[in-house]
Design a binder for this molecule. Structure first.
Ligand code: SF4
Length: 208
């Protein structure tokens, strides 16, 4: 369910407020809030789970190697980053200390997801996409249902927030890592990612 009305009158006002958000603990460790980017009138919205370490530095979603991979997949599906809106369920980096002492990504906690949800809801209300693609299992669990199984349920249509049609696909980061130890599976995943994005683009055209 989405609220009936956005809290902010337009996207710039929403972004300005979000960029200084301190609603959860992630505000104490982030460098930048990673607000959505792309075409504000996009009919297709891509939603990942959270900011990467590169995104945290740049303030832009999917700005690292995963973003380059996603750009290539969008291109292969006949799309471009400039014509979609890309955002995340949580707008700040969620990291923990890894075994070697370096920071590594962690899954956002429920309190962080709940605190950040109103920003995403306003993004949805102000952009009003016709179709959503959830990028990765955790995003699908936040947006479709908590028990979502990406392996079994990817590439299928569901009712997303506000009844907007949504399908889930692979997280580019997963496919980039997979290519290092199981290249055939990674190649198959690439083709499925492109097919999912193409299906979403065709649904946008079909709904016009
Ligand atoms: S993750 Fe979301 S709720 Fe938490 S500080 Fe960042 S923008 Fe605010």
């Amino acid at each position: 369910m989405l609220p009936l009305f956005a809290q902010y009158s337009d996207l710039p006002a929403l972004q300005a407020a979000c960029l200084v958000c301190t609603r959860c603990n992630l505000s104490q460790t982030r460098r930048n809030v990673v607000f959505g980017a792309g075409d504000p009138s996009a009919r297709l919205m891509l939603i990942g789970q959270g900011a990467s370490q590169t995104d945290d530095r740049t303030g832009l979603p999917y700005s690292g190697p995963a973003g380059e991979y996603l750009d290539k997949a969008l291109q292969a599906a006949g799309l471009s980053r400039e014509e979609v809106w890309i955002t995340n369920v949580t707008k700040c980096l969620a990291a923990k200390e890894g075994k070697d002492g370096r920071a590594e990504l962690r899954t956002p906690r429920k309190a962080e997801l709940d605190a950040c949800r109103p920003w995403l809801e306003d993004e949805l209300l102000l952009i009003r996409p016709a179709v959503i693609v959830a990028i990765g299992g955790p995003a699908a669990q936040s947006l479709i249902n908590p028990g979502f199984n990406l392996t079994e349920q990817r590439g299928q249509w569901y009712d997303g927030p506000g009844g907007i049609p949504i399908l889930a696909t692979y997280q580019p980061t997963y496919l980039v890592r997979l290519s290092q130890w199981d290249r055939p599976k990674a190649v198959a995943g690439w083709h499925e990612l492109v097919a999912d994005l193409r299906m979403a683009a065709e649904r946008v055209i079909g709904d016009q």
